[in-house]
Write a protein of this length. Sequence first.
Length: 94
Amino acid sequence: PFPTLRPSPLLRRCMVDALLPADCSDEHRRLAVRLSGELGQAHLFEAWPPAGQRDADKTQLLAQLATLEANYPGGLAAYIGSARALLGQAVRGE
């Protein structure tokens, strides 16, 4: 088996940029890069078509994620951490 390769932060940013709408805000762009790397949520973007396709849907999802980031105590990092902890408890039958 081959080891799992992780793209560098610069490559990850380029990969995400290739999917985002041309008029994507800097806030949404930073959020997408953070989600795909630091927060371990790259799967959110794996099925996205290239930039220019379904851009309204992409913008809508990024706006919803930005709202969650701004309003959930601790932001998306806390939300994801809480979800992982709850899933772990469920797996262990706690």
